[in-house]
Write a protein that binds this ligand. Structure first.
Ligand code: HDE
Length: 704
């Protein structure tokens, strides 16, 4: 295995070379290296006099500050990134000559940036939106960028519509409202008039659009790409990232509260997990379609609004990616990273998907303005680890000192850099025969906009359907133009009549009298989040234990140790910070004060008992809200000893909870055990099972 000493760390070694001067290595200086002994007062003519122009330190300091900002990305402005590595499971030589997919002993360094799309850099993480999932592979043959999303389909089919779509979804131009949200007139106006958006809109209204964590979300290349083998043979390929921890989502009420409680919720989660050594991991899978099967589907492979159902073409796992290092400087790395769909390596090529073709223009173009010139590939995060020898020269921010000639062919420079030889190492475009008349017209094979939206709907679990209906009601309920609400409902009627009726009822639109023209398709179970439960572990799940004076500390310790041993993160929360006094008279350390956190920041809550202990929490409004919210959001709730009484006081109607000592009762993810003292193995097992399941829907409501 080529490990940290090998190519896997080639990027790290390269980064080390570009690290700025260690601030501890000497005194403060100007940009010119002149040492500075005073940076708090400007040079002035007299103690109360005007500042002098000759104060070059003052002028440099202010000027540099004034120029700190660069334009944010026009879309995907808010993001978080991390470094890591990719390793293939076995050689993929049968399909592609891409060097990084040949040898399981070779680790390729990567940088991944996750993002939301609509909101600006300072917007909240848990908004309803698509998430970007962009990966830069620093391969020995040059950089390969897989610039994907967490949905497998896009809103439009042709890149020429991208500015229209983005203008519609972005905040409205007159008042720049709403931030980080799609619930406004112009987006739904566009959607209702452009049926090709419907399939991606179904994803946007689903739980996929509010992921629990970047570490718990799938990624997709979206387009059909092309693998090219050494003999020139092409194979169509769709890329899939599957998270080891499974795919999990928030619920809408929770996501909205999170926006205030912790706008950095997803970003912090990624950072903290990596710092804790809990390295997020995804499996890379491919769906492969031989060239001769190009027309074997009832949709066009080039249409980016379509999935290839996994039941039709299974996803073949080919490798894994692990993110194991946080960036050292957000601006230098996460903000300046420049992805480009046209960054491909030999063995990976494009198809004629019109969305992909447009992207191949747009990304380079956008970097030129965003990063201020053509030399952005020299920035440390963008630098390939493969050698770079070009005849490109000059331009803003040129960081290299080139010598010799810069044209080809040349004799004065010894003909260097020479062209790659005939050894087949150079990139060569896939030889595809193309002919046709110049036309501006969408292919007939791109015209079915309803079947796969219906496929998605019919593949959802009941709880996912409820979320989708609620999301449509929320979004359309915010639309002021009633005609737009109605037109959207009428479009949904082509996807599914029942869906359209339910949405219409929520937003005061007319219920369509009969089903629309949409074609019903059999379900694809792989589209449901229920198909991605994860590895069955509870690693990194955040569990809140609510404690107060009189708590049964031995009980807390026993359950805490049992859960922590399985990789969960357990925190003791109390009405105030510091310590609480356990029932045994010992002090028990509190991790956080309840008023500083909220249930939405945790995956589960546990109420331990104590002779005079936890029931006191029943008088604490923060604690009660905490438990109520966790319950309402379907999170595992555990209660031990007298803690069961706190839960019972909320009167969960019809829910089975323990009412006698000596046994554990588990119902809808609520696990109770009245037994005092250390938690039993049975309780820990049942609570762990509830955690593995992540969320528990259809709970009976609480009476109070
Ligand atoms: Fe992008 N997209 N996009 N996009 N996109 C950008 O590039 C664009 C599309 C995606 O973390 C921009 O550097 C066009 C699909 C991600 O830095 C820009 C079209 C998919 C990121 C751009 C699309 C994506 C971007 C903005 C339609 C999923 C963030 C800043 C033809 C497969 C990358 C930038 C990062 C960013 C253009 C459609 C994913 C303007 C024209 C489909 C993950 O170049």
């Amino acid at each position: 295995m080529t490990d940290s000493a090998g190519i896997g760390d080639a990027k790290q070694r390269q980064r080390d070379r570009y690290r700025a001067q260690d601030p501890a290595s000497g005194p403060l200086t100007t940009d010119q290296g002149v040492t500075v002994d005073h940076t708090d007062d400007s040079l002035a003519a007299g103690e109360r006099g005007p500042t002098l122009l000759e104060d070059f330190h003052f002028r440099e300091k202010l000027t540099r500050f004034d120029h700190e900002r660069i334009p944010e990305r026009v879309v995907h402005a808010r993001g978080a990134g991390a470094y890591g590595y990719f390793e293939p499971y076995e050689s993929c030589a049968e399909f592609t000559r891409a060097g990084f997919l040949q040898d399981p002993s070779v680790r390729t360094p990567v940088f991944v940036r996750f993002s939301t799309v609509q909101g600006p850099r300072g917007s909240a993480d848990t908004v309803r939106d698509v998430r970007g999932f962009a990966t830069k592979f620093y391969t020995s043959e040059g950089n390969y960028d897989l610039v994907g999303n967490n949905f497998p389909v896009f809103f439009i089919q042709d890149g020429i519509k991208f500015p229209d779509f983005v203008h519609a979804v972005k905040p409205e131009p007159h008042n720049e409202i709403p931030t980080g949200a799609s619930a406004h007139d112009s987006l739904w106006d566009f959607v209702s008039l452009q049926p090709e958006t419907l399939h991606a809109i179904m994803w946007l209204m689903s739980a996929r659009a509010i992921p629990r964590s970047y570490r718990m979300m799938q990624g997709f290349g979206v387009h059909t790409f092309r693998f090219v083998a050494a003999d020139g043979r092409g194979t169509f390929v769709k890329f899939h990232w599957k998270p080891k921890l499974g795919a999990h989502s928030l619920v809408w009420d929770e996501a909205q509260e999170c926006q205030g409680r912790d706008p950095d919720f997803n970003r912090r989660d990624l950072w903290d997990a990596i710092e804790a050594g809990e390295f997020p991991e995804w499996e890379l899978g491919v769906q492969l379609v031989p060239e001769q099967d190009e027309f074997a589907f009832d949709f066009d492979l080039l249409d980016p609004t379509k999935v290839i159902p996994e039941e039709q073409v299974p996803v073949r796992p080919i490798g894994r990616m692990v993110l194991d290092r946080n960036p050292e400087n957000f601006f230098a790395e996460t903000e300046q990273v420049a992805f480009h769909t046209a960054n491909v390596v030999p063995g990976i090529d494009f198809t004629n998907d019109p969305l992909l073709q447009a992207r191949n223009f747009s990304y380079l173009d956008t970097q030129l303005i965003r990063l201020g010139g053509p030399n952005f590939a020299q920035l440390p995060v963008n630098r390939p680890v493969a050698p770079v020898r070009t005849n490109q020269r000059d331009g803003y921010h040129q960081g290299g000192i080139h010598s010799g000639t810069s044209y080809s062919p040349n004799s004065l420079g010894g003909g260097c850099p020479a062209l790659a030889g005939a050894d087949g190492s150079a990139f060569s475009h896939y030889t595809e025969r193309v002919d046709g008349a110049k036309i501006r017209r969408r292919s007939d094979s791109f015209q079915d906009h309803y079947s796969q939206a219906a496929l998605f709907w019919h593949s959802m679990a009941p709880w996912e359907r409820q979320h989708i209906v609620a999301a449509f009601r929320f979004e359309l309920g915010k639309v002021t133009a009633l005609a737009v609400r109605q037109r959207t409902v009428d479009e949904l009627n082509h996807v599914d009549h029942e869906l359209a009726v339910q949405v219409a009822r929520g937003v005061g639109a007319q219920e369509p009298p009969e089903a629309g023209a949409g074609a019903y398709k059999p379900a694809s179970p792989a589209l449901s989040l229920d198909s991605l439960p994860g590895d069955g572990s509870i690693r990194t799940r955040q569990i809140a234990v609510l404690v107060t004076d009189g708590v049964d500390a031995a009980q807390v310790t026993s359950v805490r140790e049992a859960l922590a041993a399985q990789g969960a993160v357990v925190e003791a929360l109390a009405p105030t910070d510091g310590t609480v006094l356990g029932a045994d008279g010992e002090k028990y350390t509190v991790d956080r004060a309840l008023p500083t956190v909220a249930s939405v920041l945790y995956d589960a809550v546990l109420l331990p008992g104590g002779p005079t202990g936890t029931p006191a929490l029943a008088d604490d409004p923060d604690a009660m809200r905490f438990v109520r919210d966790a319950y309402r959001h379907g999170k595992p709730v555990g209660a031990l000893g007298s803690g069961v009484g706190v839960l019972a006081a909320m009167e969960p109607r019809g829910l089975r909870i323990d009412s006698e000592h000596g046994r554990t009762v588990s119902d809808h993810g609520v696990v109770t055990d009245m037994t005092p003292g250390a938690a039993s193995e049975e309780f820990t097992r049942a609570f762990t099972e509830a955690l593995v399941a992540h969320r528990h829907w259809d709970r009976p409501p609480l009476r109070c």
